[in-house]
Design a protein around this ligand. Sequence first.
Ligand SMILES: [Ca+2]
Length: 145
Amino acid sequence: MSSSTYIRPESLWAASGFYYQAIEMNVATTGMYTILSNSIIDTQGFIYNNSFNTSYPDENLMSFDDDGAGSNKQFMITVVLEAMTKYILFVTTYVGNTLGTFSIIGLGPGTINFLESKQNLYKLQTDTLREFLSDKMQYLSKRKE
Ligand SMILES: [Ca+2]
């Protein structure tokens, strides 16, 4: 993660009107995993250890990416995930007020379990007001063959 290209989450979150979906993740096998998105939307991904707080977006943040997958402005994050640990994959869009479907692909030494967070899909506001919306974002996981 280069400091020259790293976009601090606050600068993104400071702008209102971004939808996001929080997806809980866990793995049975500790190892290095790569998680990327597939969508026609310009996505961004954040991985948090255990939990996240929209008021403190840096807290528990492990990794962040915007266009690392190299095509179609999809994020790709490679990170070590430990077994028996709860992680949150936080998916949002580069452009505000964007909704649509996306897929999440996970590659690594074992299966990644994805669970929809109870918080599911919200529209992020500057005052951290969370507006629950219908489930228009979808995801799936694949195990590396
Ligand atoms: Ca992107």
